[in-house]
Design a protein around this ligand. Structure first.
Ligand code: FE2
Length: 426
């Protein structure tokens, strides 16, 4: 074996397991495996998980905070205007440099797969070329999936549809959209129809910024579910943000949730961004803005949490830490029950991996040996501590390493259901 990790806890609750790795894949998982590794790693009862996955990001804008100025109002619309000011000044070298810097941050935090939207409204498609280059360069250590994103509106921005087609032809894999930013509700709905039909024709996935608004009458998710169902796109379509659902009438939502489920559409909430961008027109009480995560989950709909922005025109903070994202999502959605907290961990690992369609993802024999050893015993402790990443492995190779904290918390008397360290291996 190339590597053997000893005495690991897994996110599904199994404890005290060894994980053997050969040729970049997981070769065996079991108690006290009778094998030797070229490198032996003692997990010492800490959590080994498949890597973090970010289902929603903007790598063309990341780390541009302050260029050419900061967002004074803190609103989505000023952010879009600010990005419009920055776009003509972008250079390919700067885009690539910032994106590579962010990918380094991501890897150090065990974030090994990112779906990034890339703005295609600039006729030069500078950002598309830059991020395709970044995708090629980071491929040995990070999966970067790109979405052709008409930031200024598919119908509102001249040439956007032609540019989107060009971007797809150049190698961008997912069809994006922004129906709530079109000029009218009708044009928003029309953009959803055009984009879904294009995706169906080309056999592509769809991920739209959808209803990123506090307007309860922004109902493009209904149209997205309708066309996904009509065109048989089940399992390939994602509605990102869906913040208008926060403000919708409860009766309408009771009809909407089964429609989303029926269409096999997944949802991505972006807790850090939704809690800061939404509700800006409110006085008090001030809406939280994030979509209805527990209700979507209860309806059987996949929900992932995305980071969305790091140090860009929309958000001045962030570090590529998906545990920070999970922690914010947990708080904003009040998901404090045991299962709910585990669901928040899944929202930054297994669920987005399914949404991206990642191949060979997971902690199971035959999966890629892409693993993160956290300085925490279980997913809840990982979120609570925003635990350090002791080790990050990509295809069985250690790509990032950090020391274990000197002291670990031990509270005697905690029952096994809340303390993984008290459990025994299966
Ligand atoms: Fe976004």
């Amino acid at each position: 074996m190339d590597v053997v990790i000893r005495n690991a806890n897994l996110a599904d609750g199994r404890c005290g397991l060894d994980i053997a790795i050969a040729d970049g894949r997981i070769a065996a998982i079991g108690v006290a495996l009778p094998v030797r590794g070229g490198r032996e790693i003692d997990a010492a009862g800490d959590l080994v998980t498949a890597p973090f996955v970010d289902a929603h990001f903007h790598m063309d804008a990341t780390l541009s905070y302050g260029l050419p100025r900061v967002n004074q109002s803190g609103t989505l619309l000023e952010g879009i205007a600010l990005w419009g000011e920055l776009k003509p000044q972008l250079s390919q070298d700067a885009l690539i440099g910032r994106a590579l810097q962010y990918c380094d941050w991501a890897v150090a935090r065990g974030l090994l797969a990112i779906r990034s939207h890339v703005d295609i409204c600039d006729d030069r498609l500078l950002a598309v070329e830059a991020l395709l280059e970044v995708k090629r360069r980071v491929a040995p250590y990070l999966d970067l999936q790109l979405v052709a994103f008409p930031q200024d509106g598919l119908l509102r921005s001249p040439g956007a549809l032609a540019n989107l087609r060009r971007a797809i032809d150049m190698g961008v894999e997912v069809v994006g959209g922004i129906p709530h930013f079109e000029r009218t509700m009708a044009e928003g709905a029309e953009s959803v129809r055009i984009l879904c039909e294009f995706a169906a024709e080309r056999g592509l996935r769809v991920d739209m910024h959808c209803d990123e608004s506090d307007d309860p009458l922004s109902r493009h998710i209904e149209t997205l579910a309708y066309h996904s169902n009509r065109l048989g796109l089940h399992g390939r379509v994602t509605g990102s943000h869906l913040t208008s659902m926060h403000s919708m009438d409860n009766y309408y939502v009771s009809k909407l949730l089964p429609l989303i489920r029926e269409a096999g559409v997944a949802a991505v909430a972006n807790p850090l961004i939704n809690i800061t961008l939404q509700g800006r027109h409110d006085t008090y009480p001030k809406r939280r803005g994030m979509t209805r995560v527990p209700e979507l989950l209860a309806a059987g709909i996949d929900v992932a949490f995305g980071h969305d922005c790091v140090m860009d025109p929309w958000y001045s903070l962030g570090s590529g830490d998906m545990l920070e994202v999970a922690q914010m999502g947990l708080h904003v959605a009040q998901m404090t029950g045991q299962q709910a907290m585990l669901d928040c961990f899944a929202a930054v690992t297994t669920t987005p991996a399914r949404i991206l369609g990642l191949d060979g993802y997971g902690v199971a024999v035959g999966c890629h040996a892409d693993l993160v050893l956290l300085d925490a015993a279980d997913p809840v402790e990982a979120i609570r501590l925003r635990a350090a990443r002791r080790l990050v492995l990509r295809r069985g190779r250690v790509v990032s390493e950090a020391p274990r904290a000197a002291a670990t918390l031990s509270l005697p008397g905690r029952p096994p259901q809340v303390d993984f360290r008290l459990r025994r291996a299966d």
